[in-house]
Design a protein around this ligand. Structure first.
Ligand code: ATP
Ligand code: MG
Length: 281
């Protein structure tokens, strides 16, 4: 996964193109009603269909939780939103996804899309570099080389990820020496430093203790003021605590998508009810 993350951020050789792509995409950010608008999305891994006719609008400055049993397509759906499945051989997508009103397969540069739509994985994936350089990596690739400016971005991103106080005296130490919970918040800071408008989180707390989990949940609630968040979780409590909308997936289908409060108090589908009450999955 580290390898993939590195690829996402890119190499020095592609720098000029990336800077241009990011600039164009930021200029293009429109006033679309939804952050993502997904219509008739089908996804195949070779002959196997992993997503079936998904239709879903993801609202700006909301937290949308994706729930469902293992293998139902949550991670696949999340990765489709920033075209990370482009790297998967044999993966084929049909249907339409609009990001801020633009077709992500036709009108948006994939590299720029991945800056605007950042991703945080289940296992924290810090680079084997210093804490400072982990966070400065994205801005550096985007062409920022001024030391003072970089230092400001690093501080601001670490503050946003609520880890500045813990790390401010350790910026030159290796990120690999941090605890799992600290590494996860560092990875969130690294994502924020690339100035996204969306943060995709794939089970970001499943490897963390309850205290670190709570910190990440509080952080997500704080971040939704400025960002749109889509989070995959196996914890019904977590979905209830932090999300505005919940999507229930089963065998590649979106079974129910509703306000979280309604979904958990009066699910309209019997399968949703069975899942959220722990009767299967
Ligand atoms: N790269 C891949 N190549 C082939 N099949 C894949 C690939 N990635 C996922 N799949 C298949 O697609 C289906 C959905 O997988 P996905 O990882 O999206 O599920 P998930 O809901 O995230 O599950 P979990 O809760 O276990 O993480 C599964 O049947 C899985 O085996
Ligand atoms: Mg998954």
């Amino acid at each position: 996964m580290t390898e993939m993350t590195t690829t996402l951020i890119g190499s020095g050789a592609a720098k000029a193109t990336e800077q241009e792509a990011v600039r164009v995409s930021q200029e293009a950010a429109g006033d679309a009603e939804y952050t993502f608008s997904v219509e008739g999305l089908d996804l195949f891994y070779d002959q196997t269909q992993a997503l079936k006719n998904i239709n879903m609008n993801i609202e700006k400055n909301h937290i949308t939780a994706l729930i469902g049993p293992s293998g139902c397509g949550k991670s696949t759906f999340l990765k489709t939103l920033n075209r990370m499945n482009d790297w998967v051989e044999g993966c084929r997508v049909t249907g339409k996804i609009q990001f801020e009103g633009k077709d992500i397969f036709k009108e948006v540069d994939p590299l720029a899309l991945r800056y605007r739509v950042g991703m945080v994985f289940q296992q924290p994936t810090p680079f084997p570099k210093s804490i400072f350089e982990n966070v400065a990596y994205g801005p550096r690739i985007q062409g920022i080389s001024n030391k003072k400016e970089l230092a400001e971005i690093v501080e601001q991103s670490l503050r946003q990820a609520v880890i500045w106080d813990e790390l401010k005296d350790r910026l030159n130490e290796s990120a690999l020496g941090l605890s799992g919970g600290q590494q996860q918040r560092l990875c969130i800071a690294r994502t924020l430093a690339a100035r996204p408008s969306v943060i995709l989180m794939d089970e970001p707390t499943s490897a963390l203790d309850p205290i670190s989990t709570q910190k990440i949940e509080d952080l997500a609630l704080e971040l939704k003021k400025d960002y749109t968040i889509v989070i995959v979780t196996h914890s019904m409590q977590q979905a209830r605590r932090i999300s505005d909308k919940t999507a229930f997936f089963l065998l590649g289908e979106l079974i129910e998508f509703n306000d979280t409060v309604d979904m958990f108090t009066q699910p309209s589908n019997a399968q949703t009810e069975a899942y959220i009450t722990g009767r299967f999955g």
